[in-house]
Design a protein around this ligand. Structure first.
Ligand SMILES: Cc1cc2nc3c(=O)[nH]c(=O)nc-3n(C[C@H](O)[C@H](O)[C@H](O)COP(=O)(O)OP(=O)(O)OC[C@H]3O[C@@H](n4cnc5c(N)ncnc54)[C@H](O)[C@@H]3O)c2cc1C
Length: 250
């Protein structure tokens, strides 16, 4: 099978720690995707010769023709996120996708109230969904929420407003404790409770960002009555539940 390649045609540094990249397919054909889906980029090989493949959610609207955009956080020590800012315009990267079966399912969301919730860098997939064709007719029954730390400068509110200028419902933004803080999950759950009140049970939900937070939010939504099959989740980091500490009995 022939290699699938994307060409970098534009990049913008949008904050000290993030860049937006505009890609199009190298063979000139359209890049078809459903809002909220992601691509996997092969950014090169590490020192052991292993390819560095990373997933990035598509930030731009699925109703726009090429190019499409992603926003990547510079993590300092991260492999792919250190290579990408050095990429020259015209460079080509091998890719796979778009991926994301859940958002790609034409039967989701079902009629009713939808909650789109993101933490940290998960805002990219939240934006992709709000801008998507499938949500365009149902934004009045959709609530979008972004939980971020005070220090997070991935996308400023101004930048996000520019990206979401065609969408009437701008996400409610809540400040939460740092990624390693012990009260991070409980803070999110408290805020979630206040947003949903006593009686609003989402019929559909999509969660993206910190896996440690999302797993608890999903459990809470199921407890409230949202069908598990109607909840999509993409952990960008903390993808695995931390194993329970080993307890020594003797
Ligand atoms: C479905 C999906 C969509 C994603 N979409 C995006 C996106 O739109 N934008 C984006 O910047 N990243 C996104 N990511 C994360 C991305 O795939 C990489 O994990 C990230 O760029 C780090 O790769 P790296 O090679 O630079 O770091 P690595 O060398 O892999 O290591 C960096 C470490 O940082 C952790 N990490 C990853 N993201 C964060 C974060 N936000 N805050 C703190 N720690 C983190 C990783 O878990 C890892 O332990 C997505 C991940 C998934 C699974």
């Amino acid at each position: 099978m022939s290699q699938k390649l994307l060409k970098l045609i534009h990049k913008e540094n949008v904050s000290p720690s993030s860049d937006i990249y505009h890609f199009e397919r190298s063979d000139g054909s359209n890049f078809e995707f459903v809002g909220g889906q992601y691509v996997i980029l092969n950014t090169g090989n590490d020192e052991d010769g292993k390819s560095i493949k990373r997933a990035y959610s598509i930030l731009s609207s699925d109703s726009k023709k090429d190019p499409f955009q992603i926003c990547v956080k510079r993590l300092g020590t991260g492999k792919a996120s250190s290579i990408l800012p050095e990429l020259k315009l015209g460079s080509e990267l091998e890719y796979s996708g778009p991926w994301g079966k859940f958002v790609g399912d034409p039967t989701w969301p079902s009629p009713g109230f939808s909650l789109i919730l993101a933490t940290d860098t998960g805002i990219t997939s939240l934006a992709g969904l709000l801008l998507s064709k499938k949500f365009s007719g149902r934004l009045d029954s959709t609530t979008a929420v972004w939980f971020k730390t005070k220090e997070e400068d991935f996308l400023s509110e101004n930048e996000l407003r520019k990206i979401l200028k065609s969408v009437p419902n701008f996400p409610s933004i809540f400040q939460i404790p740092p990624i390693s803080a012990s009260d991070r999950v409980s803070t999110v759950l408290e805020i979630l409770k206040s947003i949903l009140g006593d009686c609003t049970v989402p019929d559909n939900a999509f969660l993206s960002g910190d896996g440690n937070v999302l797993r608890e939010v999903r459990s809470e939504l199921i407890r409230l009555g949202t069908l598990e099959s109607r909840i999509g989740m993409e952990a960008f980091f903390h993808t695995q539940k931390n194993p329970s500490p080993v307890i020594s009995l003797g």
